[in-house]
Design a protein around this ligand. Structure first.
Ligand code: SAH
Length: 342
């Protein structure tokens, strides 16, 4: 079975011309329905002949994952969506609104193989990669559900996008494509736990999307313990890759730094982080740990601010990420975890 959002524009043209013996502009019409009008059923594509609609419906399975559950934060309106996929697996997306701009945070894998010790998804293990269509489908179905366009897209949900490179890159290309969603590359950001070959490949891809890196510790010892991926790609290699990315693209890189009480939030650690970032155009997002288990604690707001002040005093730009959707467990992987526990 094929799925409509798994195809890129060229594949649509080939399908229309070679299999369906239709003129190539049918590809434009179909992509217009799917990506601009977010009509995801061929039966509704009224400018196609009945015969073609029938053929297309027989060729393809459903376009998007199904919404299984939506939770809305009473505090800030953040929405968390649990999707059920065609094989019964599930992933999550989050929709945030800030200053009138909407940002979707979507998943790229079911589970995650990287096993970061603080992350609910990492602790649940890896199941499979999402296809291009399952990635794009989260975004389009959210737009359809909202009845409006979403401004920004971050690949920061479940999974490690840079370990699902083929589907992830295809998803970005389709979202960017002028005949498809035409979402500007500058409106998309991918976050990685530090998969060095993926960062290098992204730098070479010239896609123009923005990069965020989850650093979370300034030394290899601690980072090895928090993020096992560090044993494979230690900080020195990671930072060479980030520098390479910056040389290639000229982009400022976002550095994500999770703050866990008594573990990675001391003044000395802030100083070491600052020296790692020297000479790099970066912006640090400090994320107070979102409670998912008993092992760790969230630092006090005073400690978080102190950490930020040390970075600022070293000339490093840093902000504390406002906590969103805490009452609906909006941290990575929590909703799916709850569903599995039922
Ligand atoms: N694999 C990618 C994206 C996954 S999650 C990556 O690692 O960057 C997006 C961000 O949420 C990452 O920075 C991740 O480290 C962070 N995160 C995971 N669990 C969290 C928690 N309990 N509280 C706060 N941030 C968390």
């Amino acid at each position: 079975m094929r799925f409509p959002l798994d195809l890129d524009y060229e594949e649509w043209r080939t399908l229309c011309m070679e299999e369906w013996h239709e003129p190539p502009f049918r590809a434009d019409q179909i992509c217009g329905w799917l990506y601009e009008r977010r009509t995801l059923s061929f039966e509704e594509m009224t400018n196609l002949s009945k015969e073609l609609r029938r053929k297309a419906s027989e060729t393809f399975g459903p376009a998007v994952p199904k919404i299984e559950k939506v939770e809305v934060s009473k505090r800030d309106g953040t929405q968390k969506i649990l999707w059920s996929l065609r094989d019964g697996e599930s992933v999550e997306s989050v929709l945030l609104e800030q200053d009138g701009r909407k940002t979707a945070c979507i998943s790229t894998q079911v589970g995650c193989p990287l096993a970061c010790s603080f992350c609910a998804t990492g602790q649940s293990g890896f199941v499979r990669n999402l296809s291009c269509g399952e990635i794009v489908g989260q975004f389009l179905a959210m737009e359809k559900d909202q009845g409006s366009l979403i401004d920004n897209l971050v690949f920061m949900g479940m999974g490690e996008a840079l370990l699902n490179m083929e589907a992830f890159l295809k998803a970005v290309r389709n979202l960017k494509h002028p005949k498809m969603r035409s979402l500007g590359a500058r409106r998309m950001t991918v976050s990685t736990a530090g998969v060095v070959p993926g960062i290098l490949a992204l730098a070479e891809s010239n896609l123009g999307i923005k990069l965020a890196v989850s650093v979370h510790a300034p030394d290899d010892d601690l980072r090895d313990r928090l993020m096992p991926v560090n044993r494979r790609y230690p900080l020195s290699e990671l930072f060479s890759a980030i520098r390479f990315y910056q040389e290639k693209t000229g982009d400022r890189v976002s550095i994500e730094y999770l703050l866990i009480d008594g573990l990675n939030d001391t003044q000395a650690q802030a100083e070491r982080l600052a020296s790692r970032l020297r000479g790099l155009k970066s912006f640090v997002n400090l994320i107070p740990w979102n409670t998912t288990c008993e092992t760790f604690r969230k630092p006090s707001p005073q400690k978080v601010e102190k950490f930020r002040q040390v970075l600022l005093s070293k000339g490093i730009e840093a902000e504390v990420r406002r906590e969103r959707g805490e009452d609906i467990d909006a941290a990575c992987g929590q909703l799916r975890q709850r569903r599995r526990a039922r």
